[in-house]
Design a protein around this ligand. Structure first.
Ligand SMILES: C[S@@+](CC[C@H](N)C(=O)[O-])C[C@H]1O[C@@H](n2cnc3c(N)ncnc32)[C@H](O)[C@@H]1O
Length: 287
């Protein structure tokens, strides 16, 4: 656990040499590097939907090539477009949630604590497996990055039952509303694991709290691309296309924004209709 107080953001520098993770990242944690590559790519484009000035530092530190435009097949292009749109959508919805406690489940290399303009008094809690959080700190410390919110990191396996108590011990107040993000996480869990995790979240989410996550898809129907097997072979589906229905039945009122609409809203229309989308759920009173 590493609490820190907000200080003004520093100009990020990129490391001159790769500084690989002190402890090797597991295959599922390496998917956080894939997301960082997408964010580095978008940040380098003209008219980006967001700028993550730290994403390239993670990619370079891991010794990976920086992404270039136009590479990859249809699945790669779809995943990149999805990753860009969901980053911007969640940026906007987390700030709009207005909660001063924000929990990033499986935060990976998410730098929202460093790059978003949080209201004074906001604390961002970041939970993920220990090695990925250690790598993140190593890189961010190395470039002198400073968070723009209070920030508490908590190494945790979200499948272990002890993380809710550890989050409370780290300063999270379950009696007050909070905002939760499960971005790029549920698909790596089985239906039972995803349901167990969301049940644990519900136990900490006071009425009025918000939860953002993806509408799942049918992973069995995912097109095969050998270049992406290191990611897609790890997909177990989570709660699938019924994620919002499950939340509705378990004490949340859900809104679903289709990916097409998000693309149109941000001036990035999709080339074909999508069944994907993003869920914003509000914790009901008395459930
Ligand atoms: C695709 S990445 C997404 C990271 C981050 N949410 C983002 O969008 O940048 C998936 C993340 O889930 C984390 N993860 C997977 N299973 C986990 C578990 N059981 N406990 C904690 N973190 C887990 C991985 O370590 C990895 O950082």
């Amino acid at each position: 656990m590493t609490p820190s107080e907000p200080v003004p953001p520093a100009e990020p520098l990129t490391p001159s040499e790769p500084v690989p993770p002190a402890e090797p990242l597991s295959p599922v944690s390496r998917t956080a590097l894939s997301v960082a590559r997408v964010r580095a790519y978008e940040s380098s484009r003209p008219d980006p939907l967001f700028v993550d000035p730290y994403a390239a530092a993670f990619v370079e530190a891991a010794g990976l090539p920086l992404p270039t435009s136009g590479s990859g097949g249809d699945l790669a292009k779809a995943l990149v477009a999805h990753g860009i749109l969901r980053t911007r959508f969640y940026d906007d919805r987390l700030l709009a949630a207005g909660a001063d406690q924000v929990v990033l489940l499986a935060a990976g290399l998410d730098t929202r604590a460093y790059r978003l303009d949080w209201p004074a008094g906001t604390r961002v809690f970041e939970l993920d497996l220990g090695p990925v959080l250690a790598f993140k700190e190593q890189v961010l410390d190395g470039i002198g990055a400073r968070p723009r919110s209070g920030r508490t990191t908590l190494p945790a396996d979200l499948l272990d039952p002890d993380w809710p108590a550890r989050l409370v011990a780290a300063g999270f107040d379950p009696s007050r509303p909070s905002a939760w993000l499960a971005e790029g996480l549920l698909v790596y869990l089985s239906p039972e694991e995803a349901a167990g995790l969301l049940t644990a979240v519900a136990g900490l989410a006071a009425p009025g709290s918000r939860l953002l996550t993806e509408k799942g898809g049918d992973v069995a129907a995912t097109p095969q691309d050998p270049a992406l097997a290191h990611i897609t072979d790890l997909w177990r589906g989570g709660l699938g296309p019924d994620t919002h229905g499950w939340l509705d039945r378990h004490g949340w009122t859900t809104g679903l924004t289709a990916l097409d609409r998000v693309g149109a809203t941000y001036g990035r229309p999709l080339s074909r209709p999508s069944t994907r989308g993003f869920i914003e759920a509000v914790r009901r009173t008395g459930d």
